[in-house]
Design a protein around this ligand. Structure first.
Ligand code: TEU
Ligand code: CA
Length: 594
């Protein structure tokens, strides 16, 4: 691996755009580091790893939810927004973590889950208590649409519409006490908040301000494009083989979404000195919509998580019907997002998170070429224009997990699907397990592998979910001091983003759109250009760039980043299996923030 040390030229970057040269690291606390031996990661465990994160070079840490929660969806079901669940620690420990990050020049972004609460949140407990409770309209309550087919209250066919839940089953739960249904796009323990109600919005903004006043530096906003819904709640189309209707056309990107986000910005972010970071998780969002969401002039969010590139390896977007990814499809969609947000707005960049399979297993080769492909994936992603997100363990080249039986799984999405598929859809246990394996969320939720000791140094107790046995050779202890490790490569890529304005601010031009093996693009500023070449195959590839792509400068360009030892005998445009080559033409820089 080679890393060219930048020369002395420097450029000024507007503070407003600080996140454009920043890298975010996502922690899923439950699986990160356990400090008290209960088998569940916690805040004190994170505090013990702050120097590991600082050495990696990341600028921001995004914490998945640590609030009080029954843990039905591992904390994405919140019952007290202003407290830390005892399994993770205390508000005082969160203060210690926040101070520890700030002392190291890093920032803390919290996970904002306000499309829904837990059914144990006091707001919902009050709302369900009676039809005339003042908080009744804080959620989506509707009477049975018609008599159920078997005549029983809440029986089949009586739900207000035909929508299915994202976690299998219907999206409506019948509440005997008041004889009405409530809406839950996710689990029945995650009732949707009614954002049409201004009291709900005010309560959310008040909570957000409470967190910002405590020194938090921003929010990742969970399914935030679901908060505006078609208030008619019409039936959705029922796809072949499905039991329920698809409600997404009626709750994704609804009629008031921009109004709500602009109101949130006025009530929460306007006037704050910052710098802050907001990223909206938006399943189903299009580039055209993302321009509106992320145009700074519209004051909505800084960036969004889009889902197009993580739907390419699924038949009809169904994660339980995985299919082979085509590199040309990946280049087409990521290139489309680069072009779409080139003038207005900003991209996030990610291969994985706590909902997606491990990057090296999904987009690389987690066998013979695991380390090489993990490094190549890092270089290709991080050298796009946008803010990169590193998901815990990705910097170590952690892989998917082999789960032997349904009892090995923990994720409600998996368990509910398995139950529905084997009891209502006639699938066998073996068929469902095979379908689950590639893309289930627990692949990414096995404990971070710190060393080769028992339970990979994650816990001294019994882990809440099994540790991947490959921790015996894939772990942080084996990598942090190895200059050729995946961890060290991530450090180098992050350092390049921090030093080269062409990485954060350069134009993006995709090359070789029809090549099924090589990912190639150019980043350019007037005085500096990068040519990024990634071999997404286990075979040698000779790159044929046509003259227009290869200005004469490449012949003298220097190799500033590579995942193989430099070898002058290897032709410049010859790529070995999973090889990354990054050439720089023109001036090298260092960035000094104003
Ligand atoms: O995820 C929203 C979401 O769309 C995911 O359910 C994703 O589409 C799915 O998992 C892919 O299979 C957010 C959180 O990231 C997720 O962990 C929560 O389960 C969900 O919202 C509900 O809060
Ligand atoms: Ca613990």
């Amino acid at each position: 691996m080679t890393v060219e040390q930048p020369t002395e030229e420097s450029v000024e970057v507007p503070a407003r755009d600080w996140f454009q040269s920043a890298v975010v690291y996502q922690i899923y606390p439950r699986s990160f580091a356990d400090s008290n031996g209960d088998g569940i990661g916690d805040l004190r465990g994170i505090i013990s790893k702050l120097d590991y994160l600082h050495r990696l070079g990341v600028d921001v840490v995004w914490l998945s939810p640590i609030y009080t929660s029954p843990q039905d969806d591992n904390g994405y079901d919140i019952s007290d927004y202003r407290n830390v669940d005892p399994i993770f620690g205390t508000l005082e420990e969160l203060r210690e973590l926040t101070d520890g990050l700030h002392a190291r020049g890093m920032k803390l972004v919290m996970d904002l889950v306000v499309n829904h609460t837990s059914d144990e949140h006091p707001w919902f407990v009050e709302s369900r208590s009676s039809k005339d409770n003042p908080k009744r309209d804080w959620y989506w309550w509707r009477p049975p649409r018609e008599a159920s087919t078997d005549g029983s209250a809440g029986g089949p066919g009586a739900a207000p519409n035909n929508w299915g839940s994202a976690f299998s089953g219907p999206a409506w739960e019948f509440d005997q006490a008041t004889g009405e249904y409530y809406l839950h796009i996710f689990s029945r323990k995650q009732p949707d908040l009614n954002w049409e109600n201004p009291e709900v919005r005010a309560a959310v903004y008040e909570m957000m301000n409470w967190w910002l006043d405590r020194g938090v530096d921003g929010f990742r906003m969970d399914v935030i494009n679901f908060i505006s819904k078609d208030t008619a709640l019409p039936d959705g189309p029922i796809a072949a083989g499905m039991l329920y209707g698809d409600g997404t056309p009626f709750y994704i990107g609804g009629p008031r979404i921009h109004e709500f986000l602009q109101e949130m910005h006025r009530e929460v972010f306007d006037g704050r000195p910052g710098p802050l970071l907001t990223v909206g998780e938006m399943p189903g969002v299009t580039v055209e919509e993302a321009i509106l969401f992320t145009d700074p002039e519209r004051a909505e969010v800084d960036m969004v998580f889009q889902f197009e590139h993580v739907a390419l390896d699924q038949e009809d977007g169904n994660k339980w019907r995985p299919k082979k990814l085509k590199l040309t499809d990946l280049k087409k969609t990521l290139g489309h997002w680069q072009t779409g947000l080139a003038e207005r707005g900003w991209n996030s960049l990610y291969w994985g998170n706590h909902d997606q399979a491990r990057a090296v297993s999904r987009f690389g080769d987690d066998g013979k070429y695991r380390e090489l492909s993990a490094k190549m994936l890092a270089g290709v992603l991080h050298l796009h224009r946008g803010t990169p997100y590193v998901y815990q363990g990705e910097e170590l080249g952690m892989t998917n997990m082999t789960f032997g039986a349904i009892s090995d799984y923990r994720d409600i999405e998996v368990l509910n699907h398995h139950r529905e598929a084997t009891t209502h859809l006639g699938h066998t246990d073996a068929d469902v397990l095979a379908a689950l394996a590639p893309l289930n969320r627990d692949n990414a939720r096995t404990p971070v592998q710190w060393d080769a000791s028992r339970h990979a140094g994650f816990t001294t107790g019994s882990p809440w979910i099994a540790v991947n046995p490959n921790a015996n050779h894939i772990n942080a202890a084996a990598q942090v001091d190895d200059p050729d490790s995946v961890y060290s490569f991530y450090r180098a890529v992050i350092a390049l983003r921090h030093s080269e304005p062409v990485v954060s601010h350069g134009d993006f031009t995709m090359l070789l759109p029809r090549d099924e093996h090589v990912y190639a693009f150019v980043r350019s500023l007037p005085e500096t250009k990068l040519l990024v070449l990634g071999n997404f195959s286990g075979q040698i590839q000779e790159v044929a760039l046509d003259d227009a792509d290869v200005p004469v400068v490449w012949d003298s360009a220097e190799l500033v980043l590579g995942n193989y030892p430099a070898d002058a005998a290897v032709p410049r445009l010859h790529l070995r299996p999973w090889e990354l080559k990054v050439f720089r033409a023109g001036a090298a820089h260092t960035i000094h923030h104003e």
